[in-house]
Every structure is written in C-alpha cells, then in structure tokens.
Design a binder for this molecule. Structure first.
Ligand SMILES: [Zn+2]
Length: 271
C-alpha cells in the first residue's frame, strides 16, 4: 500500500512537469472507491496550477476546482508525454497539452474526486479529519503533546489512527517507536514531555528518510510500469522478529495490536 513517503515521491515525480498544463479531456475506467462527481467533461480546458499533498491525498489545483487523488491499496500515477495503450487497470486519465496523467489501480481502492475547493463538503469529507502533516511546519510539538495526553489509546494505535499526525503507517510506526525508545503498547496519555519530544523528532526523521530514499531512486520509480511498490526501508525492527536488536542484541519481539503486526525491542523500548 502506498504510504505517505511514496505519495510524496509520486508528487515530486510529476509536479513540476504538469504545472501549467492545459487539460484537453479526461476519461474514466471502471468505478473507483469514490466517484469523480461531475462528468469528466468539466475538466476540459482547465489549467493545472500546482500539485500538493495532504496526508496520502494528492491535490491537483486547477484554475477552477481541484482533483483529490488517492492511490488506495495498489494505485500508482504516471505522467509522461506519451504512454502505452491504456490497460484494463488504468481507471483514470487526464489528457493534457504536456502529456498524460494516468492512474493505474488493479484493486480499485484508489479514487479521483473533483471538488470546487478545499471548503467543498466533498473535499472536507476526505481531508477534514486528518492530523498534522509530519513533514510540514504545522507539525507543532505542543499540539502533538496535547494530542497524546487527550488519548486513551496505546501509542502505536494512536499513531496509526492519523488523527494527531498523518503518515505513520504500520511499518513506520514500529520504526518510529524503536527510534523514540517507546514501547508500542505504552498508553499515549502517559508519555511525558521528554519522551514526547523524542517521538515527535523520530516521526519526522523516519518519514523524511523514507522520502529521501524514494527520492534518490526517483528515476527508477518514475520509469516503472506504474508499479510503485515500497521503498526499501532499512528496518531496525520491522519484519525482524527473533533477530537480534541492532542496538542491544536482544531478540526483536512481535505482537499483534488491532490485527496489525508490531515489532519492538523489549530492552530498548520502555513501557
Ligand atoms: Zn534493543
């Protein structure tokens, strides 16, 4: 599943190239998770002003309206002057004077949604509940700490929920908590200022590093046949159950939290 870093790298792969492009037409394939809204004809003649990201949504700002694009479980986007013939899994395409933007999504959990602006209920429904952007300037420490204090959840569940901060998916959550030396089961509300600082910094560090790694393989990434996959993360704990912790040598442990695998080191990570 594309996570925030993959979505950010996708954004960087075409944001500059598509800026200023004029849309000739748009076409839809099979239904995606949510409908576009208006008929695709509404996009004809629109100009692309910018490509932004909010959480795992890409926001294509048009001179009138915007498109919210989500990659779902298996989606990937490509923008190129020309692309091979459309395949059965290509469910959205924007034809512009600079090239084609195409969403490839075999499992169709992705979506392309049109909204008049960000205040449009259609946009608010998708973006309204999102927590702070971990890589942006609005990832304020005090607000983050207040979010921890107000929670009744174990810290890992809180991070996965995305209401305090977005982008910490399952793999990243294990890595972030290892770096912050916090036990995934620790109640979020009991995390003191010092540990909260470490956690805040670890979230930024792990996600920024993932974007960087993706960025460094951007050319390969953009030239794949639309299969984004995952960036190779140099995992400290994730997927390493039973193997020695890279810091202390104790075996990495595995537990299930809300049906998801959690990896941690019981020596390095304090409850
Ligand atoms: Zn350890």
């Amino acid at each position: 599943m594309p996570e925030l870093p993959e979505v950010e790298v996708t954004r960087r792969s075409f944001a500059d190239a598509i800026r200023g492009a004029t849309v000739h037409s748009a076409s839809l394939g099979k239904p995606l998770r949510w409908p576009l809204g208006p008929e695709p004809g509404v996009l004809a003649g629109r100009r692309v002003l910018a490509v932004r990201r909010r959480g795992k949504y890409l926001l294509l700002d048009l001179d009138e309206g915007l498109l919210l694009i989500h990659l779902g479980m298996s989606g990937s986007l490509r923008f190129a002057p020309t692309l091979p013939e459309r395949g059965v899994h290509d469910h959205f395409e924007l034809q512009t004077d600079r090239g084609l933007l195409r969403l490839h999504d075999p499992r169709r959990f992705g979506a392309v949604v049109w909204a008049a602006d960000e205040a449009d209920p259609r946009a608010r429904k998708l973006l309204g509940g999102l927590g702070a952007e971990p890589l942006g300037e609005d990832f304020d420490f005090d607000a983050f700490q207040a979010g921890l204090r107000a929670s009744r959840m174990p810290i890992k569940q809180l991070l996965l929920g995305g209401k305090v901060v977005v982008g910490v998916g399952n793999i990243y959550a294990s890595e972030v908590l290892f770096l912050a030396r916090l036990r995934p089961t620790a109640p979020a509300s009991g995390i003191g200022p010092q540990r909260a600082r470490r956690l805040h910094a670890a979230i930024r560090e792990v996600l920024a590093r993932a974007v960087e790694r993706g960025g460094s393989t951007l050319r390969d990434f953009a030239s794949t046949d639309g299969n984004a996959g995952h960036f190779q993360l140099e995992a400290n704990v994730y997927g390493r159950a039973g193997l020695p912790c890279k810091v202390c040598g104790a075996p990495v442990r595995l537990l299930r939290q809300g049906q998801r695998s959690t990896y941690f080191c019981a020596t390095c990570q304090r409850p």
